[in-house]
Design a protein around this ligand. Structure first.
Ligand code: GLN
Length: 294
């Protein structure tokens, strides 16, 4: 892209869309638009009203560096933008947190369905624990949907927790608190303010041996600590299984995401609790939910 040329919004969108296409970038036109919105500080609708607008040199320079990061460095779009959407809410993201995935919305849907089925006691506020909160997407979304619930979100990574706290502030949620804590070291609910009605988690579930097969856009940019347990991908579920009687109230619920091909092992691992498995929109088994009973 020549910085000397006069570029209108429409011209540069066309050019970038072709450039992204020839470099095999996903969603070329949408990516071009979202990056340009970021540079011009406008929405996509506003962009359509600015088609004849001529970009200033500093705007062009900024845009050029962003499209190079995307097409050449293969940096994920969400990190370049610095934000993404999850359950129609805005979340800041940066390389210290996993980019929220659409399939994780199934965790939220499952909690909502359980709540509408009336499984949670009313009376005292619902206490929810989000293990490995990352950007905070699961815990924050639940805190927003259930304003009377109290959410505790934990993560081992201080930089991830700082991001999650900023996201909670952005959404002005008073009903979520954060604790820096490694769940693998946890043995009771003491540090969490007591036992909970509901545990949610999308833990690192990629086995060490499968890391090499990940897309480079994921493995080179997203935090390893959020992707893999450095073992067989099931370490966190084994720990959760041990922790259920310590962390959950009797009759409490746990809802977790798991990875492709793990459904059978997950069912076996939690067999004491008669787990139910749900498929995502691509019909891939993706979420397990179960109730504590003794
Ligand atoms: N809970 C966050 C998410 O689902 C982070 C998950 C993780 O880091 N494994 O995006």
């Amino acid at each position: 892209m020549s910085l000397e040329k006069i570029w209108t919004v429409l011209d540069i969108l066309r050019w970038t869309s072709d450039y992204f296409k020839s470099n095999d970038v996903d969603s070329p036109r949408l990516s071009a638009e979202l990056l340009l919105c970021e540079v011009l500080g406008c929405t996509r609708v506003q962009l359509y009203l600015k088609h004849e607008f001529v970009l200033r040199k500093d705007e062009l320079e900024k845009y050029r560096s962003m499209i190079l990061r995307r097409a050449k460095d293969r940096e994920p779009l969400q990190y370049i933008l610095g934000h993404t959407e999850f359950y129609a809410l805005r979340f800041e993201v940066n390389p210290s947190v996993l980019i929220p995935r659409p399939e994780t919305e199934l965790v939220i849907d499952t909690v909502r369905e359980l709540a509408s089925a009336g499984v949670f006691p009313n009376g005292s506020p619902l206490r929810i624990l989000d293990i490995g909160t990352g950007s905070g997407c699961i815990g924050i979304t639940l805190a927003k949907i259930f304003p009377n619930a109290q959410v505790v979100a934990i993560d081992k990574s201080p930089t991830a927790l700082m991001t999650a706290k900023r996201n909670a502030e952005y959404h002005q949620l008073p009903n979520i608190s954060f604790v820096e804590c490694d769940v693998l070291e946890l043995s009771s609910a003491e540090r969490l303010g007591g036992v909970l009605d509901c545990i949610v988690s999308n833990p690192p579930y990629i086995g060490k041996g499968d890391m090499a097969e990940l897309d480079r856009e994921v493995s080179a940019f997203e935090p390893e600590i959020a992707l893999t347990d450095q073992s067989d991908g099931l370490s966190f579920y084994r720990k959760f299984n041990e922790l259920i009687p310590e962390l959950l109230k009797p009759q409490g619920w746990m809802i977790c995401e798991f990875g492709f091909g793990q459904a059978n092992q997950i069912e076996k691992l939690f067999s004491d609790y008669k787990p139910t498995i749900k498929n995502d929109l691509a019909k891939i088994p993706r979420v397990v939910y179960l109730q504590r009973f003794d």
